[in-house]
Design a protein around this ligand. Structure first.
Ligand code: RFL
Length: 389
């Protein structure tokens, strides 16, 4: 078998890339280790930033992807119970982000790709990449029944997330790896509990908590936990009690449907390529959830790679492909800095056991500036919307 671009992984990065290439008549095969329902139901991120929305609009996919999803307008930061709002839409000059749960984005993009005749193979096991440093790389995998397959291609897109096979197929000495442990414990639960009117962060001495909509009837909550504690052992009722206390919402309740520890760790590899293999999204970088840039980086990497591959396939112009890694890394580091800045501010401003009283006051000053200085607020809203270089 042959194709032009073999795409490993059907998460936000892989399925975005597959659609953008399909729209431009470039042949693709997508190999996904999981089954369709698993991929369609995996609930994680919830915000598509303005820049990401533009990518789908410009590709002519607005109707397919963005129909009926609400804009993100206000963001609340509640400090010791006192509410304050940032009007992100107004502060960014109307560049609203949209509330798009990750599984909705993936489900819609899967359906669009398949409706357009896309070749997507679920339960592709033991995917292995070969001859990446030659002109004709190959990808092998097997079906659950044991049938072996081999696909020869011109390019491989490694969109298989942090734990995937793509990055591990690159010789170690060809990559520089950067990791950073933020030293913060975070626990997240998904619950059938009414969504808040606006995304909400609550800062207090009890520790950080956040409440985000995931569609009208579901919410994702985040709670900071102290070093040495293991929130996976908390009975759900303790989680609710902590949320009520920290968010100052005595009526919060619901059924918790998913519980996860979020590793507050950042990770970047450089470069995001090796021979004919290009890494996209979480395969190349992990970012802390503050600022909501993980899924958005996956989408913007996919867009950057699609543009570069279209140039190479149509006119034989490889210059954009040669610049792919540097262009994506520039945005990645910019967003890493933003997410770190945001995390440090919200965590240090609350519980001061780690930060100490001096840093706590600095963090409160940083936060107050967002509500008193229009240029500071605009710079924040610009990052939330997604920067255009
Ligand atoms: P994904 O989503 O991990 O998709 C990778 C796909 O590749 C498949 N795969 C393989 N396929 C074939 N062969 C193999 N060997 C394979 N190994 C893996 C997987 O099954 C999967 O389908 O990576 P991608 O596409 O780069 O997308 C990245 C985003 O998913 C990620 O950045 C975000 O979910 C991060 N994230 C959040 N981002 C935000 O922007 N805002 C958020 O609020 C937010 N919350 C979160 C998050 C991530 C979380 N995780 C990881 C636990 C909350 C959580 C809880």
């Amino acid at each position: 078998e042959t194709t032009r671009v073999a795409i490993i992984g059907a998460g936000p990065a892989g399925i975005t890339l597959a659609n953008l290439l399909q729209r431009n008549g470039i042949e693709t095969v997508v190999l996904e280790v999981r089954g369709r329902s698993y991929v369609e139901e995996r609930q994680r991120a919830g915000v598509l930033d303005h820049y990401g929305g533009r990518i789908f609009e410009e590709a002519g996919l607005a109707g397919e992807v963005l129909a009926g999803v609400p804009d993100q307008t206000l963001l609340e930061i509640r400090t010791d119970g006192e509410p304050r709002f940032l009007d992100l839409r107004a502060l960014s000059g109307g560049r609203s982000s949209r509330m798009v749960p990750q599984q909705l984005l993936v489900r819609r993009l899967l359906a669009t790709y398949l409706a357009g005749g896309g070749d997507l193979r679920f339960e592709a096991l033991d995917v292995a990449l070969h001859d990446l440093d030659g002109d004709t790389p190959r990808v092998t995998y097997r079906d659950p029944d044991g049938t072996e397959h081999e696909i020869a291609c011109a390019y491989v897109a490694g969109c298989d997330g942090f734990h995937g096979v793509s990055r591990r197929s690159i010789p170690e000495e060809a990559l520089a790896t950067y990791t950073f442990d933020h030293g913060i414990g975070w626990y997240t639960v998904l619950a059938d509990s009414p969504a808040p009117s606006y995304p909400l962060f609550a800062v207090s001495e009890h520790g950080l908590a956040a409440h985000f909509p995931r569609g009208p009837r579901a919410s994702r909550f985040y709670l900071q936990y102290r070093a040495g504690d293991d929130p996976r052992k908390w009975p759900d009722e303790d989680t609710w009690q902590q949320l009520r206390l920290r968010l100052g919402s005595p009526d919060l309740a619901g059924t918790i449907t998913d519980r996860e520890i979020v590793e507050m760790r950042s990770f970047v590899v450089e470069p995001m390529e090796f021979g004919r293999l290009f890494l996209v999204g979480d395969a190349a970088h992990i970012i802390t959830p503050l600022g909501a840039k993980g899924m958005n980086l996956a989408v913007s990497d996919a867009h950057m790679l699609a543009e570069a591959l279209i140039g190479a396939e149509r006119g034989g112009d490889r210059s954009a492909l040669a610049g792919y890694s540097a262009a994506c890394l520039r945005r990645t580091w910019d967003y890493q800095e933003f997410s770190r800045w945001f995390s440090e501010m919200l965590h240090d401003a609350g519980d001061d056991t780690d930060a100490g009283p001096f840093r706590r006051r600095l963090a409160r000053a940083r936060m107050d500036r967002l509500f008193s200085s229009p240029p500071a607020a605009a710079a924040f809203a610009d990052m939330m919307a997604g920067t255009t270089y």
